[in-house]
Structure formats: C-alpha cells, structure tokens
Design a protein. Structure first.
Length: 248
C-alpha cells in the first residue's frame, strides 16, 4: 500500500495530514471500496506518526464516512458512492420489470468502457485479481450448487472495473452494485440454471477475460457488448412469455 511517511516539518496537525493522505489514496483509486487498512501499529510505522495521532485521523475518517470498522477489527474503505443508489431505491426499481432493461442498458455502457480501460491499463496485480475472480466464477458455473453464481458473476465484472484506474468509473460501478447483483440474480433465475445457457454465458465471460488478458481493448469491448446483448434478449424472451395466471 503506498502510504508515505509524514514530514515532521509540516505546519498542519499530524492527524489532518494523515487523514488527507488516506482520502487522497481513496480519490486516486489506490484504496478501493472494501480494502482493509493495515493494522494500526503497522500503519503508524509506515506513516511515521504516533498511534494517538493516527487514531485521531481514523476516528475523523470514520465519522466523515470514508472508512468503517470491520467485523474482524480494524478499518475498511467505505463505498463512498453507495448513497447514490440506496437499498430502498434499488428495491423499488427492481419491483418494476421494465426497469430491468434500463439496468442492462446502463450495465452495457459501463462495462463496455470498463473492459476497454482494463485491457489497456490493468497492472500485474489487477490481472491477478481478475484471474482469481474469473476462476471462482468458472468453478461456480460448473458446480452443482449455483446459489452464489450471481455474486461470483458480479465480482468478476467489478474486478474488471477496479482495473480501469478510472476512479469515477470504479466507484460508480461499486455504487450500483446492488442493482447489478440483483439483475444478475434475475437472469440466472431466468435460465433456471439450464446447462446449455449457463455454458453460453460462461463462454461469453471467457471471451471477455481472454480479451482483457490479451490487452485487446476493442475485442474486449465487443465481447462485453455481445454478452450484455445476449442477456437483454433473455429478458425480452421472458417478458414475451404469457403469465401462468392468464394461461387457459
């Protein structure tokens, strides 16, 4: 983690300088939503400040909504864009079937851009995270128990978004994660875990992964667009089916 030692000659309070550095790392995308900060002792050493000064900075960052305490102790970075799409709003949108098409249009635009930038900009560490997410999705797709498939699917796409090094794009993708994840749950329910369709979806994810790993930006964009176009067709076909309640 690129924490820099605090210069002792600064005229600002040490806690303010520490707070500003962590906020800058979040703004730059060096710290992403869900990332854990180092243990307090280690972080104080890296920054070259006392633990009381560090603790004061962490308390302020938590109060301002940049970090939060985690279940295992310590702090994690908060998704600062989450309030854009609140859970109640997400549930209201998803109760209207017509909004599924809107969500997919949004996904298609964002993920097409994400795959391009990820192909061009992903570091070795980013590529490792994308690979881990893809392998987890692949294993989940081949498993008899596919209950977590939507979460694994979303995690793969978010790993790509995080690799764009476009802080606005990455945070917006995380901000609409509830919509994306629920949308994925819906389309996995639509296919009812049909093996042939699941294989088709996995093939599309493979094409996205291969293009990003090959750093072929245009091929990655086309693969993402084909994937989302396929999912949108699935929704259209499902919407065109007569409701069981009106079938004679």
């Amino acid at each position: 983690m690129p924490f820099l030692p605090i210069q002792s000659f600064t005229r600002k309070r040490l806690s303010d300088v520490v707070s500003d550095q962590i906020k800058q790392l979040i703004s730059d995308g060096a710290l992403m939503p869900g990332d854990r900060l180092p243990a307090e002792r280690d972080l104080a050493t890296q920054l070259g400040v006392s633990r009381p000064s560090l603790r004061e900075a962490l308390i302020r960052l938590e109060a301002d909504g940049y970090i939060e305490t985690s279940g295992r102790g310590g702090f994690t970075v908060v998704d600062v864009t989450a309030p854009i799409i609140s859970k109640p709003l997400a549930e209201l949108l998803l109760q209207n079937p017509r909004t599924s098409a809107d969500i997919l249009e949004l996904r298609q635009g964002l993920e097409s851009i994400s795959t391009v930038y990820a192909a061009e900009r992903a570091t070795a560490a980013d590529r490792q995270k994308i690979t881990e997410a893809f392998e987890a999705l692949k294993a989940g797709s081949q498993s008899q128990d596919r209950v977590n498939l939507a979460e694994l699917d979303a995690a793969f796409h978010l790993a790509i978004a995080d690799s764009t090094h476009n802080i606005a794009l990455a945070h917006v993708m995380h901000g609409i994660h509830t919509l994306i994840r629920e949308g994925m749950r819906q389309y996995h329910r639509l296919i009812d875990y049909d093996d042939a369709m699941e294989k088709q979806l996995m093939s599309q994810h493979q094409a996205i992964y291969d293009a990003v790993m090959a750093r072929d930006a245009q091929k990655a964009r086309k693969a993402a667009e084909r994937h989302l176009a396929y999912v949108r067709e699935m929704y259209k076909e499902d919407a065109a089916r007569p409701s069981p309640s009106v079938v004679s």
